[in-house]
Design a protein around this ligand. Structure first.
Ligand code: SF4
Length: 85
């Protein structure tokens, strides 16, 4: 019975609207546009790259933080961040 009611509610629901949402971050680590990978030849440190910006010389995603092992290694959001408002 409960399953039937849930199905009816879902079918009666209108499609979701697209909504633009703004977030506030302290570092790129919290941004959904960041990607991370292990720092080469490092034990447990990570490098972080912005997937919204490209390095002019290499064409690869631009690094926002390198060799991050602890939160004290993190950098603030760069001035060139394409998501800044
Ligand atoms: S630079 Fe801006 S868009 Fe890129 S990862 Fe950092 S906060 Fe996100």
């Amino acid at each position: 019975m409960a399953t039937q009611i849930r199905k009816e509610i879902l079918m009666a629901r209108k499609p979701f609207e697209k909504v633009k949402v703004a977030f506030e971050f302290e570092t790129c680590k919290e941004c959904p546009k960041v990607r991370s990978e292990r720092t080469p030849q490092a034990g447990c440190a990570d490098d972080y790259y912005c997937t919204e910006a490209r390095d002019i010389t290499t064409g690869k995603h631009r690094m926002v933080m390198g060799y991050v092992e602890y939160s004290s290694d993190e950098n603030p959001i760069p001035e060139w961040c394409p998501r800044r408002v």
